[in-house]
Design a protein around this ligand. Structure first.
Ligand code: APR
Length: 237
């Protein structure tokens, strides 16, 4: 069990495995999205330029799948901890907004969000719902693309800098449910280690990055987080 008060800054770094227990499919694990769909047809700018409607419809399927799911105990452990501890941050590769639905506020989304769209001329706007409000911008009729970092996209450097800043000053780094193979995720535990952070991996399976961690918890996200941070005590206080 962890006494959170002993740590100044705590970063929870989450991937698809964090949402898996809510019922959201992972990307590469068993039943993963990229086994069923070719990302070349649904998750890159080239696919969007070729057939925007097909890409938007695929993302509507994903929006519906996520809205059918709910945050689990692990999400609430993190959001409760944030209420009690000023140095709690989430850095997530997930685009599903599940942390925010559980009440987390300090969430850095590395790969964008399913709940925002982007017009090439008029910028980003929020769009929450099973279907997109509009496929085209009301002002200029450009296709609205999901504000997601797709394959072959550049990462948003401002967001990466923000994530690096919190990771490089944390003294507890907990990675949950990521295969750790996608840049920049692979470098994050190293950055945390450079600050002598205690690094913990929560993942039922070993990942290519497992050796980097001080502790590997081979368990699902919800039960592992509930044990680590005593959920009941947190909720009562
Ligand atoms: N609890 C914790 N971890 C779990 C659970 C669970 N209940 N179930 C599965 N996992 C682990 C798997 O063992 C796997 O290591 O979650 C990990 C999910 O890995 P990926 O599917 O590769 O997801 P992620 O690492 O988030 O992918 C990174 O790749 O496709 C892109 O942009 C997409 O954000 C995504 C990025």
């Amino acid at each position: 069990m962890i006494e959170s008060g002993k740590f100044k800054n705590i970063v929870f770094f989450t991937g698809a495995g964090m949402s898996a227990e809510s019922g959201v499919p992972t990307y590469r694990g068993k039943g993963g999205i990229w086994h069923q769909y070719n990302w070349e047809d649904y998750a890159c700018q080239t696919a969007f330029d070729r057939d925007p409607e097909k890409v938007l419809k695929f993302h509507e399927l994903r929006r519906k799948a996520v809205l059918d799911c709910k945050p689990h105990a692990g999400h609430f452990v993190i959001s409760e901890l944030e209420k009690q501890h000023p140095g709690v941050f989430v850095v997530t590769q997930n685009i599903d907004g599940m942390h925010q639905r559980a009440g987390s506020q300090k969430v850095i989304e590395l790969h964008g969000s399913l709940w925002r769209v982007r017009c090439p001329n008029h910028g980003i706007s929020e769009d929450i719902g099973e279907t997109f409000k509009n496929y085209k911008c009301e002002k200029c009729s450009s296709w609205l693309r999901p504000d997601i970092i797709w394959f072959e996209d550049m990462l948003n450097q401002e967001v990466i800098r923000e994530a690096m800043a919190v990771i490089s000053t944390c003294d507890l780094f907990i990675s949950i449910g990521t295969s750790g193979v996608v840049y920049p995720a692979a470098g994050f535990p190293t950055i945390a280690k450079d600050n002598d952070a205690n690094c913990i991996e929560i993942n039922p399976e070993a990942s290519p990055m497992s050796g980097m961690y001080d502790e590997n918890i081979r368990e699902g996200a919800g039960s592992a987080l509930s044990k680590l941070f005593k959920l009941n005590a947190l909720r009562r206080s």
